[in-house]
Design a protein around this ligand. Structure first.
Ligand code: ADP
Ligand code: MG
Length: 292
């Protein structure tokens, strides 16, 4: 009877868009009491767009946007693509040389003989600079409403900032509610700033947030939950998520995730719908109830 049950589950799972690469992971799924979601690209669409360009007295808005786009030109991050797109609509991009990516912080490159850096809060800490008070007031208000704020630095001084908005997937709220209804705790993890993370978390009703987590520290967050005795499924899409997916009791790669994420996961959700986590849990419950 056992092979038959597996065959049936496989048929159901294929129709639900669930690929099982590790059968033991699927089995463990029914015992999971905590789901840890990556924010960007998982709960949100991961396709940010520039919503505001803010300048200080040291440069105008087009200069801020153009220099940022030039520096981001060779970055593969979705934030970079959004900045390059926004600038290309308005101007011809200046050329950059000596591009470097500072993982989880931002980018640096040389444009017109000056060092241009673009990045989030940890980039400002890295350069030990604080934005002018007026700019800070405006960026805080944007971040409190859920926008990702990146500062633009020229030779180590803040010349402006960009706000980028990423849409929350409409299915995310339903996924969180349905997990709660089954008694599962929902936690969100992100490299994004704390106020942005809190805003998204409040909108979705998630129970706990890990924010400003550097890529190499995502798996420690999984370990921390496990040390509390929680059985954790981690859901993510990115290269950065792979070690956390491998560490979790069940690693779930979502959508058109990167190859590394898929290789590190025991379960792959073919669509990018976070409600697939529930489908996987129900499949696990149904399959293993029949078997044992
Ligand atoms: P997430 O965990 O949300 O997928 P990442 O770890 O990819 O986020 O990035 C975390 C933060 O690092 C971003 O919110 C941003 O502040 C900064 N960052 C990363 N890449 C870039 C980039 N190319 N340009 C500017 N900032 C970046
Ligand atoms: Mg991500």
């Amino acid at each position: 009877a056992i092979p038959l049950v597996i065959a049936i589950s496989t048929g159901i799972s294929a129709r639900a868009g669930i690929l099982v690469t590790d059968r033991l992971a699927l089995e463990r799924m029914r015992t999971v009491d905590t789901v840890l979601f990556d924010k960007t690209g998982t709960l949100t669409r991961g396709r940010p767009a520039v919503s505001e360009v803010l300048a200080t007295g040291r440069a105008d808005e087009d200069t801020v946007l153009g220099l940022a786009a030039a520096a981001e030109h060779d970055s593969e991050h979705p934030l970079a693509a959004a900045i390059v797109d926004a600038a290309s609509e308005r101007m011809k991009l200046p050329r950059a040389t000596g591009f470097r990516s500072l993982t989880g912080r931002g980018v640096v490159a040389t444009v017109d003989g000056k060092e241009i850096a673009v990045g989030g809060p940890s980039l400002l800490r890295h350069y030990e600079v604080e934005p002018p008070a007026e700019l800070d007031r405006r960026t805080r208000a944007l971040a409190d409403r859920g926008a990702t704020v990146l500062h633009v630095l020229r030779d180590g001084g803040v010349i402006g900032a960009l706000a980028l908005a990423d849409e929350i997937r409409p299915e995310s709220r339903q996924a969180v509610d349905a997990l709660h209804a089954e008694g599962v705790r929902v936690v969100m993890i992100t490299g994004d700033a704390r106020n942005v993370a809190e805003s998204v978390a409040a909108e979705l009703g998630v129970d706990e947030v890990f924010a400003e987590v550097l890529p190499q520290d995502k798996d420690s967050a999984v370990a921390r939950l496990q040390e509390r005795g929680q059985r954790v499924a981690m859901v993510g899409d990115g290269v950065n998520d792979a070690p956390a997916l491998a560490r979790a009791d069940v690693g779930i790669a979502i959508g058109a995730g990167t190859d590394v994420a898929i290789e590190s996961a025991g379960v792959v959700l073919v669509s990018d719908d976070p409600r697939g986590v529930l489908a996987a849990r129900r499949l696990s419950v149904a399959s293993y109830r029949k078997m044992w």
